[in-house]
Design a protein around this ligand. Structure first.
Ligand SMILES: [Zn+2]
Length: 99
C-alpha cells in the first residue's frame, strides 16, 4: 500500500486540451476582452502572446488561455436517440388525430 494521493482532473481526459476553467472544470465559458481579465503587466503579456480572455459563469473566475475553445454544455434532457423517437411518436399521433 502506498501513501501517494491521487487527484482527479477537473475535466475528462479527452477535453483537457480545450479551454476550461482551472477552478471548477467548466467548459461553458464566456469570452471577454483582455482588459476585463487583467491590467498592467499581465495584460501586456497576454496581448503579446495573443491569449484570449475567458470568464467562468459558475465560479466567476477570469483567466487567459491559449487552448482552443470548444463549448460543451452538460445535457439535462434524455439522450438524442430517445428524444427523437418520442418526438416522432408525438408527431405521428398528432397526424392521426387530425385525420
Ligand atoms: Zn469556474
Amino acid at each position: 500500500m502506498c501513501d501517494t494521493r491521487f487527484y482527479a482532473w477537473g475535466v475528462a481526459a479527452r477535453f483537457v486540451f480545450y479551454v476550461h476553467c482551472a477552478r471548477c472544470g467548466n467548459m461553458n465559458l464566456e469570452r471577454v476582452s483582455r482588459e476585463r481579465v487583467a491590467t498592467g503587466l499581465r495584460l501586456l503579456g497576454a496581448s503579446l502572446f495573443r491569449m484570449r480572455g475567458y470568464r467562468c459563469d459558475q465560479c466567476r473566475g477570469r483567466f487567459f488561455s491559449l487552448r482552443p475553445y470548444k463549448k460543451i454544455t452538460p445535457t439535462r434532457t434524455a439522450p438524442a436517440g430517445v428524444a427523437s423517437q418520442t418526438g416522432l411518436e408525438a408527431a405521428s399521433a398528432g397526424a392521426k388525430s387530425r385525420s
